[in-house]
Design a protein around this ligand. Structure first.
Ligand code: FUB
Length: 448
């Protein structure tokens, strides 16, 4: 390989291995939806759909538009690596490469191979006399790929939202949806159905059901899925003692979210904690078919039922004090005097800013890791036409002040430094409070 080629390959690898640090949403440089999370080799991998904006000639404007899949990985649920495109519609022999319909996927490991299941519109006319959704598989030796799509979709399967579950006895099951939720056993090769598809019974009859996700915990099989009980999708679950059912409707995991009609999720346990991966439309407030993946912690009651998860902006994971702490992804805010807005509504990928404008207004941001090495300064990226005073506090809105930041009047975004009055090692919940009634816009805070 000559030098220029080598430089080009290295540059594209750096691009593909893009590192993203995050709270919620966890990926902020592109739209992501329908997250299927898996633990492979001690890391969490997320296989989402990849929403893009449809334009004339590329997808159907106003509708879902997806042409490929990326995979992301993380060891700390905070820093995410984008491994780039793993499957795209023009590389799948059986898929219509003009359909932009690569909807919710899933991936599973078996005997050292990684099986990536994805729906797409077929390029041939099916049993309903038209092209329709089916599910196919792409296989890889590593979770990051390369994935090789099979030549054919799974025979006799019409539907979307594949989910695979392998039981303790080694039997694999494929679940999917098409108004109802279906299940069939998979053959040992993971590529073909072993049994006839069956509709799972005893689920709500009215309202769309889709996006199944099945897991087992302490002998209970959980069938979890989005369902439209009222206006938009909420996450519900049923339990049973067999992967084929019968299942009994048991409860709601997450209520309907305002602004985003769909929700689609997965549930995993990682390092002893359970997590719910789901999506909302944080980066596209005006169009809910450009979605973004979020994570929040999930907890069980002693009887095995699932406690309802409240969606948060803070999400999960520890934020390192020396990295930019985005307070707009807050854990909590005061009842008045705080407003979170997009920095640029025309380029939502630039993120958000926090506006404080009344004395005592505060923003709480949990789980900041200060480590053991003494930090001496706070840096705050701000904008304020009048100037003002911010106080950074520990533990609560009246807790000890660890830094007082005097903001000069500035017309452009400015980084202001202040001394760290107290250093406490470990992980802390931080508060920023406004002293006085001046208006101050905060982009981020970090410590040195
Ligand atoms: O992403 C397209 C579709 O929206 C998914 O397949 C459904 O589960 C819903 O999230």
């Amino acid at each position: 390989m000559n030098t220029i080629k080598l430089i080009l390959v290295s540059c594209s690898l750096i691009f593909l291995m893009n590192k993203i640090d995050a709270q919620n949403p966890i990926i902020r440089d592109q739209y992501t939806a329908d997250p299927s999370a898996r633990v492979f080799n001690g890391k969490v991998y997320v296989f989402p759909s990849h929403d893009i904006r449809a334009v004339e000639g590329k997808g159907r404007p106003g509708w879902f538009c997806m042409e490929d899949y990326h995979v992301f990985s993380s060891e700390n649920l905070t820093d995410w690596t984008d491994h780039g495109v793993i499957v795209s519609q023009n590389k799948v022999p059986w898929a219509d490469s003009t359909a932009y319909s690569m909807w919710a996927p899933d991936c599973i490991e078996r005997n050292g191979k990684f099986y990536f299941y994805f729906p797409a519109t077929t390029n041939t006319v099916g049993r309903f006399g038209r092209k329709g959704f089916s599910i196919g598989v792409a296989v890889a030796d590593k979770p990051e790929g390369p994935y090789i799509p099979q030549n054919e979709n799974i025979k006799d399967l019409f539907g979307i939202d594949p989910n695979v579950f392998i039981d303790n006895d080694g039997q694999a099951y494929l679940y999917w949806s098409m108004r109802n939720i279906y299940v069939a056993k998979l053959k040992e090769n993971m590529l073909e159905l072993e049994t006839e598809p069956e509709i799972i019974q005893n689920l709500p009859e009215k309202g769309l059901k889709e996006g199944p996700w099945v897991f087992e915990r302490n002998g209970i099989y959980y069938l979890t899925f989005p369902h439209v009980e009222n206006e938009t999708e909420r996450l519900e679950y049923a339990i049973g003692d067999n992967p084929l059912g019968p299942f009994k409707m048991t409860g709601v995991i997450m209520d309907e979210s305002p602004g985003c009609w769909t929700n689609h999720h997965s549930i995993i346990q990682y390092n002893g904690q359970w997590y719910l991966f789901y999506h909302q439309n944080d980066l596209s407030p005006d169009f809910d078919k450009n979605r973004s993946v979020r994570i929040d912690s999930l907890f069980f009651n002693d009887d095995g039922t699932i406690r309802k998860v409240k969606p948060t902006l803070r999400g999960v994971g520890i934020t390192n004090a020396t990295e930019k702490i985005q307070f707009d992804r807050y854990s909590q805010i005061s009842e008045t005097g705080v407003n979170v807005q997009l920095i640029d509504t025309l380029d939502t990928f630039r993120g958000w800013k926090t506006l404080l404008d009344s004395d005592g207004a505060w923003v709480q941001y949990n789980a900041v890791g200060f480590g053991n090495k003494k930090l001496k300064k706070a840096q705050v990226e701000v904008l304020s036409a009048t100037g003002g005073i911010l106080q950074i506090r520990l533990n609560n809105a009246n807790g000890p002040v660890i830094s007082e930041v005097k903001i000069p009047d500035c017309e452009n975004r400015t980084t202001v430094e202040s001394t760290l009055l107290k250093f406490k090692k470990g992980i802390h919940n931080l508060f920023i409070t406004l002293k006085g009634d001046e208006q101050v816009e905060i982009d981020w805070v970090r410590f040195e």
